[in-house]
Design a protein around this ligand. Structure first.
Ligand SMILES: C[S@@+](CC[C@H](N)C(=O)[O-])C[C@H]1O[C@@H](n2cnc3c(N)ncnc32)[C@H](O)[C@@H]1O
Length: 249
């Protein structure tokens, strides 16, 4: 099978691999201006607690170099820089409109000399091997066409001793809770997308993409396959989201 015949998923649709990135780019270009307000509305502000939990586990160190892939409007990088004096963050994202929104945030101004904003693809990072101390990707990796390629790239650009941390929606181990969560997400989130962002379809894609993402153990296996050691995960809010950590050792 040639590359242009391979298929993948875009939410619950099956699409050619070659088409997916363009479709994901379309989603985030459309929602960029409402992205931050929708995050608070959909999660009732809980995404902030999850991102803080990410920082607690990561424990950012002064003077380190962070690469925040699929960094969007900068939430993770801002948190990292606030906790690590003298650190530097590179926010990379394939959707320029998301980066443009991030650069307009008040935090971006006050941290401008410690931040870079780069348009690029998680599967082909425009950086040399062994460059960064920390690699983060928050609610980004489930949108990437070939997740394993992105993890392999994370391993390549981290320096030896560097750390990967992924924050992503995950699977709730309890069936009843999963059903309740599905009811909420499939019925309410697309409607909120329509009302707040004027875009139901993009938020329908977002909830479907959550269901297609591998469970905690399977994803931990993919991180190990990329070469990472000491791979561990922590569930957040009963597994609605999870943090995965690995080291380049
Ligand atoms: C849900 S947003 C997450 C933004 C931010 N990290 C956060 O936690 O709020 C997902 C982001 O992933 C980006 N993205 C998706 N696929 C990508 C890829 N292959 N390379 C780089 N960025 C990608 C999208 O453009 C979008 O900005």
């Amino acid at each position: 099978m040639t590359d242009d015949q391979k298929t993948t998923h875009f939410g619950f649709q099956t699409v050619n691999e070659a088409e997916k990135a363009g479709m994901v780019h379309g989603v985030f270009t459309r929602v960029a201006s409402k992205y931050d307000v929708m995050n608070d509305a959909m999660s009732l502000g809980i995404h902030r607690i999850w991102k803080d939990a990410m920082m607690d586990w990561l424990a950012p160190r002064p003077g380190t170099k962070l690469l925040d892939v699929a960094g969007g409007t900068g939430d993770v990088s801002f948190r990292y820089l606030k906790r690590a004096p003298g650190a530097h963050a590179t926010v990379l994202d394939m959707t320029e409109s998301m980066l443009v929104e991030g650069r307009q945030r008040a935090e971006a101004d006050s941290m401008a000399d410690r931040l870079d904003w780069v348009v690029g693809d998680a599967m082909a990072l425009p950086f040399k091997a062994n460059t960064f101390d920390v690699y983060t990707i928050s609610f980004g990796i489930r949108n990437v066409t070939r997740v394993q390629d992105a993890l392999n790239e994370a391993f390549r650009v981290l320096r030896p001793g560097g750390r990967l941390m992924v924050l992503e929606f995950s699977q709730i181990p309890n069936d009843l809770m999963q059903k309740a969560y599905d009811l909420y997400s499939f019925n309410l989130i697309p409607v909120m997308g329509q009302v707040i962002a004027g875009d139901r379809d993009s938020y329908q894609y977002l909830v479907e993409s959550i269901r297609k993402f591998p469970d905690q153990e399977t994803f931990a296996g993919m991180i190990r396959q990329a070469g990472f050691g000491q791979v561990k995960y922590r569930n957040l809010t009963m597994g609605i989201a999870a943090l995965h950590s690995g080291w380049k050792i």
